[in-house]
Ligand binder design. Sequence first.
Ligand SMILES: Nc1nc2c(c(=O)[nH]1)N[C@H]1C(S)=C(S)[C@@H](COP(=O)(O)O)O[C@H]1N2
Ligand SMILES: [Mo]
Length: 260
Amino acid sequence: MISRFRSLIIPGVDKKLLVKDAAKLMPDLSRRRFIASGASLGALTLLTGCDVSDSLSADKMLAQISKFNDAVQAAIFNPNALAPTYSEKDIKRPFPFNGFYSEDEAPEIDGNDWKLEVSGLVQNKKSWTLAELHKLPEVSQITRHICVEGWSAIGSWQGTPLRDFLTLVGADTKAKYVWFRCAEDYTSPLDMPTALHPQTQMTFKFDNKILPRAYGFPMKIRVPTKLGFKNPKYVVSMEVTNDYKGGYWEDMGYNSFSGS
Ligand SMILES: Nc1nc2c(c(=O)[nH]1)N[C@H]1C(S)=C(S)[C@@H](COP(=O)(O)O)O[C@H]1N2
Ligand SMILES: [Mo]
């Protein structure tokens, strides 16, 4: 639906001006972090919790930013801060699809053949079948997914906390990154504190049903404290590493930080 070439048009809002105005209102540390993360509309949405889809919420966003103080700033940049959660009625149906191709070109994976490769700084380097992964304890979250391209939507995801899986495979949690590779060669590095964040999830279901092809069957990583591009879908391998191996969007200039 949305390609990386699509320019974003919000009725009544000049995106560039809004981002500029918001940056001006921020305290120094926030502004530096915001600019380092790419100063996108998505990052603004993540910082303020406001969804800029019209001029009304743009005003709300600026009001929110102008209320920033040191305490708010500390909470925003605390790696343990929880992303807000929502209720059933807030879930967006149908949930938007996004990829660097259209939905009918999304990878089609046979769950019987698929395996998750676990490698790098882990004690147990075995590959996992889908049946094995489905036996892991399941938790549910209703959180907001925020895309750097300027849209956001609330969804419901079920799966197992990534930190529990990392413990299970004996990962070196002092390593710097968990690096994900996807079926279509999309890649994304996740910093270890975020990989160990309580809401970061190995996701197998969307809205309590097996993850549809559009949203990353058979497995995605749900990271509600980061922008959407740091939520890899169609994951085929997970490597625990101290090396920064880059990622699809990261290599195009989006800062790897991209989140709280
Ligand atoms: N493998 C893979 N993962 C990906 C992408 C992609 O193109 N390929 N796009 C990212 C981006 S930019 C977004 S916004 C979300 C979209 O997830 P959704 O289709 O579930 O809304 O997936 C992220 N993960
Ligand atoms: Mo995105």
